[in-house]
Design a protein around this ligand. Structure first.
Ligand code: ADP
Ligand code: MG
Length: 386
């Protein structure tokens, strides 16, 4: 993270609230290397924390009021701690204030904690599939846990963020993003079993292999609170119920033949995506450990095809980003995040980076799509006090 954003956050806090903050906390966005829409099916995911962060400056108050402000909005939103409940939270403040509420749901006694002023700044692009939502939740969760001396561990804080997003925001998302943001480490991906919530760090070794992950932000915005995400989730539940399992985690590739006979075509393809994607995550972890990142290109490509054809969550801009990256020499590429817009990632040799970027830009130009924002991300440290 550049020191600028921390300096900006501190300065923003001071000019708005007229005093110095107690401290600064930050949490990163994430890229999901592989494992899409597997989290709420109790499956496997492999995200990593990126070098784009959300920073929150926090000041203690001597009353029981919470005030939040962010550089994305020209307002200060204020609420009494005793009035905190999901039904009164709307818009962006539902993320930070939802976290404050959710801490209480996970056993924190909020009846005696002091009020706070929060100022939030970020260089995670919003709605691009890089999880600015988990970044804000995780930064706020870690900050509040610290200043309120709650002593919750990071796995619990991840669930706090998820609860805030599910209940206060109303977006039915899984636990992956918050886990990456809170548990990520430099040069490692977080291999997460979304059933047991056990996680393992897997070395990525991109730099020493002469590789980089290029993000292609298409600029097509999505919203998790509406649209296809909830519909896909419902299809997975429908599929699991028809197959008589608790979740699609319990369906193996060998079961797919039987599933085809039991499910309608759409539900079957949704199920097949999740089942094969789980296997691809396991394969990716095995390849990373055995031979390093150079060997995972085909798994990334297969993941994209599955999301495009079976889960049907891609959009033309994402398909074009993936196709033009691979054509220009990327070892593999896939859309990342919940879909319906957002970003793709490509695994690219360092020497090919500019060629791939130019090829993508040209392809978008030819299709009269808005120019994408392309940038390299590195696997970075999870949430921390700064
Ligand atoms: P993504 O997580 O892919 O960026 P989401 O739709 O899940 O997209 O989350 C984006 C929303 O999160 C924003 O519309 C806003 O409400 C909230 N948010 C994210 N970052 C910030 C921020 N720095 N300040 C205020 N709200 C934020
Ligand atoms: Mg999000």
């Amino acid at each position: 993270m550049s020191t600028d954003i921390r300096d900006d956050t501190r300065a923003g806090f001071e000019s708005l609230f007229g005093r110095e903050p107690e401290g600064l906390w930050s949490a990163p966005g994430r890229v999901n290397l592989i494992g899409e829409h597997t989290d709420y099916n109790e499956g496997f995911v492999l995200p990593f924390a990126i070098d784009r962060r959300t920073v929150v400056a926090v000041g203690l108050r001597d009353d029981r009021t919470l005030r939040v402000a962010s550089t994305i909005a020209d307002e200060v939103v204020e609420i009494a701690l005793d009035d905190l409940e999901p039904s009164v939270l709307t818009g962006w403040p539902a993320y930070p204030l939802g976290v404050a509420w959710a801490l209480g749901e996970f056993g924190a006694d909020l009846s005696a904690v002091p009020g706070l002023d929060l100022f939030i700044d970020s260089d995670v692009p919003l709605g691009a599939g890089l999880s600015s939502s988990a970044a804000i939740e995780s930064a706020v969760a870690l900050a509040l846990d610290d200043v309120w001396r709650l002593g919750l561990d990071r796995r619990t804080l991840a669930r706090v963020g998820q609860r805030a997003e599910n209940v206060a925001v109303g977006a039915p998302t899984g636990i992956m993003d918050q886990s990456a943001s809170l548990l990520g480490q430099v040069d490692h991906a977080v291999f997460l079993d979304c059933r047991s919530l056990e996680s393992d760090l897997v070395p990525l070794g991109l730099g020493e292999a002469g590789l980089a992950i290029l993000v292609i932000d298409t600029g097509v915005t999505h919203s998790h609170a509406t649209g296809g995400y909830g519909e896909r989730r419902a299809a997975c539940e429908r599929g699991a119920a028809a197959l008589g399992v608790a979740s699609l985690r319990d369906v193996s590739i060998a079961d797919l033949d039987r599933a085809r006979g039991l499910l309608d075509d759409v539900t079957f393809r949704r199920v097949r995506h999740v089942v094969t994607e789980n296997q691809r995550v396991l394969d990716t972890v095995a390849v990373l450990r055995a031979e390093g990142a150079a060997g995972i290109g085909e798994l990334l490509d297969a993941s994209h095809r599955s999301m495009r054809d079976d889960f049907e969550i891609s959009v033309p801009e994402l398909d074009l980003a993936v196709e033009s990256a691979v054509q220009a020499g990327a070892l593999g590429a896939r859309m990342t995040g919940g879909g319906f817009g957002g970003a793709a990632i490509a695994l690219v040799r360092l020497g090919d980076l500019s060629r791939v970027q130019v090829a993508i830009d040209n392809a978008f130009g030819e299709h009269a799509f808005g120019q994408p924002d392309t940038f390299v991300v590195t696997a970075s440290q999870g949430a921390e006090r700064n």
